[in-house]
Design a protein around this ligand. Sequence first.
Ligand code: HEC
Length: 207
Amino acid sequence: MQKKPDSVAALGRSTVSWISLGLAILATGAVLWTIGTVLSTSARADDKPASAAPPGFDYWQPEWMVRELWGPGRMPKGMMVRLLRHTTFVHMGVPKEYEGAQAPAERSPQMIARGAAKYAAECARCHGSNGMGSGDQANALTPSPALLAYMIRKPIAVDEYLLWAISDGGKQFESEMPAFRDTLTRDEIWDIVAYMRAGFPKLDDKK
Ligand code: HEC
C-alpha cells in the first residue's frame, strides 16, 4: 500500500501532460484556422462580382477592365454578343450587299419625320422612344437592346454598319434584334437612321 501515493502522483503527472498536449493541439488548430480565414477572405476579395465597383472607379483603368469585366469566365452574355457583333464588323466588314452603302447625304425634316414614325412603330418597343433601351419588351431580352442614343454617336455607327445591323438583325449573334430586310425598304431604314442621327427628337414638341 506504500505504492499508492506514487501511482497517484504518476497519474497526476500524466493527466497534466495530456492536458498540455490537448492545449497545444487546440492552439495549433486556432492558428491554422486564423491563417485559413485570412487566406480565404483575400481570395474572395479578388472574386468580387462586377457590380461591386468601388464608388468613383475609373472604367478605363486597365486593372478594372481586365479583372472585373473581361476576365476569364466573367463576361456576361450581353457583352459577348455586342463584342461579337462589333468585332465581326471591325475584322470582316459587312456582307457584300451592304458594302459601301450610303445614306442620302441630305437629312431633310421630312426624312426625319418619316423616320420618327417608323422608329416608333418598329423599334421603340425594345430600344425605347428615346433610344435609351427602355422599351416595353426590353427587360425580357438577353442581351438587352442596344442604347442606340449613345451608339449612334460613336465612330462605329457608319452607314453600312447600321444598314447591316438593321437589315440582318441579331440571329447570327443569338440576340433578339429582328431582321428588317423584308419589312423595311432601304429608304425607310435611311429615314430611321436620319431620325436617330438627329438625336431622337420628339416631333410633337415642335415649336
Ligand atoms: C425585339 C426587340 C428589338 C426590336 C423591335 C429592335 N431591336 Fe435593335 N436590337 C435589339 C437587341 C436585343 C440588340 C442588341 C443585340 C445585337 O446587337 O444584336 C439590338 C441591336 C441593334 C443595333 C446594333 C447596335 C450596336 O451596338 O451595334 C442597331 C443599330 C439596332 N438594334 C437598331 C434597331 C432599329 C433601327 C430597330 C427598328 C427598325 C430595331 N433595332 C428594332 C432588339 C431589338
